[in-house]
Design a protein around this ligand. Sequence first.
Ligand SMILES: Cc1cc2nc3c(=O)[nH]c(=O)nc-3n(C[C@H](O)[C@H](O)[C@H](O)COP(=O)(O)OP(=O)(O)OC[C@H]3O[C@@H](n4cnc5c(N)ncnc54)[C@H](O)[C@@H]3O)c2cc1C
Length: 279
Amino acid sequence: MNKIPARLEKKIDLAEGLAIFRLVFDQDFRFAPGQYATVWLTHKGKTTPRPYSIASSPAETRALEFYINLVEEGKLTPSLWDQEVVRALSDESPETHVHVSGPKGTFILDPVDPRDLVFVASGTGLAPFISMTRKLNEDFLADPENFRSRRIYLIHGASYSDNLGYRQELEALAAEALKNPSRKLGLVYLPTISRPHMDPSWTGLKGRAEAMFEEKPPRDSQPLDLDATVKSMLRAMLRPETHAVYVCGHPGTIDNTLQILSARGFKPVTDIKFEKYYP
Ligand SMILES: Cc1cc2nc3c(=O)[nH]c(=O)nc-3n(C[C@H](O)[C@H](O)[C@H](O)COP(=O)(O)OP(=O)(O)OC[C@H]3O[C@@H](n4cnc5c(N)ncnc54)[C@H](O)[C@@H]3O)c2cc1C
């Protein structure tokens, strides 16, 4: 296996225990959006490998971006939040260093499937969708005339609003489509937070990502609120004939999405692809 020595170019802290890491190296690393790389961290004489979905665009061949959350009791991630380790990874120290290998994985877009895309992410499960969205947007910008029209519906679930990584980038792309409805690549960005009681300034969607597929019949006497409106829009619109669903992240999000959408005729693999981060 070819393990490429890498250097930490930057760590962007987004919230407590949530960060974007950019690794750079001197060889080309080619991958398809949605694939993952194995990160091998060597520290204190021990090497720990872990798979991470790649968030960067494949146009960047000498850098990889990862969106990672700290697992307090984990073996690898606590080191990524240790200042000394972070400094050593930036300075290419001989004792503490990082390699990458891969790519691996089949969680990739089907290039001939013409259906619109529904991306469902929980937490850092957003990473592969950032890579896919960036690549689709680059393809659109490179040749807008010949780009095959696509809509992306991206549902991102997080605990709090400050855990909605890449929010500005996604809001900017969604705004492009709103400004120009004939733009051939459109993004409908649907961030939702599961602990709104801890985040009183949040006025957006509430609940876990997969809750967007659960619909309670509205009571006649009550006007539809934002959550109910989006849920009924998704309910009315999503069909396996017209939409391919991709789900990534926490196992509960994947299992619940599969359960709800299977009952509506979506079949695993052909209509719903998924990538579980842990069992
Ligand atoms: C294909 C694939 C792609 C992945 N991509 C990403 C990614 O882009 N970003 C990312 O943050 N993680 C990703 N993961 C998870 C990652 O590989 C590690 O499992 C995670 O970072 C924890 O590593 P650790 O060594 O600190 O903890 P470990 O020692 O590996 O695990 C400790 C415990 O935490 C559980 N666990 C693992 N991940 C999480 C989590 N995110 N939240 C809560 N509990 C967890 C494990 O099941 C285990 O019981 C991916 C996993 C897979 C299989």
